[in-house]
Design a protein around this ligand. Structure first.
Ligand SMILES: Cc1cc2nc3c(=O)[nH]c(=O)nc-3n(C[C@H](O)[C@H](O)[C@H](O)COP(=O)(O)O)c2cc1C
Length: 192
C-alpha cells in the first residue's frame, strides 16, 4: 500500500503522463469542513505547460458543488485493487455521509490544495480550476491547472509507468461495474 510518505513528486511538465493512457480517476474535493470523492471516467490531459486536465463533473453531484465552491479538486488514480471502492464512489452521493469511510479510503494532505489525496492510489494531480463558465454550465466540463503532481514509485518513476503487480494496475471503465485493467505495455520503432 502506497502511503503519503512514499508519494514522489512528478515534474509538472510530465504530469500529463499520469492520465495519457486514460485511466478512470477518483475526483476528491473539500471546502471548509466538507469533503467528498466521486469516480470519473471522463478525464484527460489538455495541455503540457502549464499542465491542464479536463474532467466532466455532472451538475447533480455533490463533487460539482464542492469544486464550484472551492475552485479546486484532485484527480487520484486508483488501482485494480481499489476498483470495487471506485465503483461505490461512483454509485452513491456523498451528500450527508462520509463517502471516504463508505469506500474504505484513507487520505493524506495535498501540498497545494485543500482536497485530500487517497492512499494506495498510483498517482495524484492537485488541480486549481481554470474558470470557463460556459463550458462548465453547458458541458459540465472543468479545466484544472495542475499545481502539483505525485506518483507511487512502484508504479511510475523516471516518467514511465511500470505496473508491477496485477492488483496495482490502473483501471478503465466500461459500464455497470465492469472495468478493464491496464494491459501489457509494448513499444514500437520510432518513425524514420
Ligand atoms: C466508474 C465510474 C465512472 C464515472 N465517471 C463519471 C464522470 O466522468 N463524470 C461524472 O459526472 N460522473 C461520473 N460517474 C458518476 C459519479 O461518480 C456519480 O454520480 C457519483 O455518485 C457522484 O457522487 P457525489 O454526488 O458524491 O459527488 C462515474 C461513475 C462510475 C461508477
Amino acid at each position: 500500500m502506497t502511503t503519503a510518505s512514499s508519494a514522489q513528486p512528478v515534474a509538472l511538465e510530465r504530469a500529463y503522463l499520469l492520465l495519457n493512457h486514460g485511466p478512470t480517476v477518483l475526483v476528491s474535493t473539500a471546502h471548509g469542513e466538507e469533503r467528498n470523492v466521486m469516480a470519473a471516467a471522463w478525464a484527460m490531459p489538455l495541455d503540457f505547460s502549464p499542465p491542464k486536465m479536463l474532467v466532466v463533473v455532472d451538475k447533480s453531484t455533490y463533487t460539482r458543488e464542492l469544486i464550484e465552491r472551492s475552485g479546486e479538486f484532485a484527480l487520484c488514480i486508483p488501482t485494480r485493487d481499489q476498483a470495487r471502492a471506485t465503483y461505490v464512489a461512483g454509485s452513491e452521493t456523498g451528500r450527508g455521509t462520509d463517502k471516504f469511510a463508505a469506500c474504505g479510503f484513507a487520505t493524506f494532505a495535498a501540498s497545494r490544495i485543500g482536497a485530500p489525496l487517497i492512499e494506495g492510489c498510483l498517482g495524484w494531480l492537485e488541480c486549481k480550476v481554470v474558470p470557463e463558465p460556459h463550458n462548465q454550465q453547458v458541458y459540465d466540463l472543468f479545466i484544472g491547472e495542475v499545481v502539483a503532481a505525485w506518483a507511487a514509485p512502484d508504479a511510475f518513476s523516471g516518467n514511465r509507468w511500470h505496473f508491477p503487480q496485477a492488483g496495482r494496475r490502473s483501471i478503465h471503465y466500461l459500464a455497470g461495474g465492469s472495468f478493464f485493467a491496464t494491459g501489457e505495455g509494448f513499444s514500437v520503432a520510432e518513425p524514420q
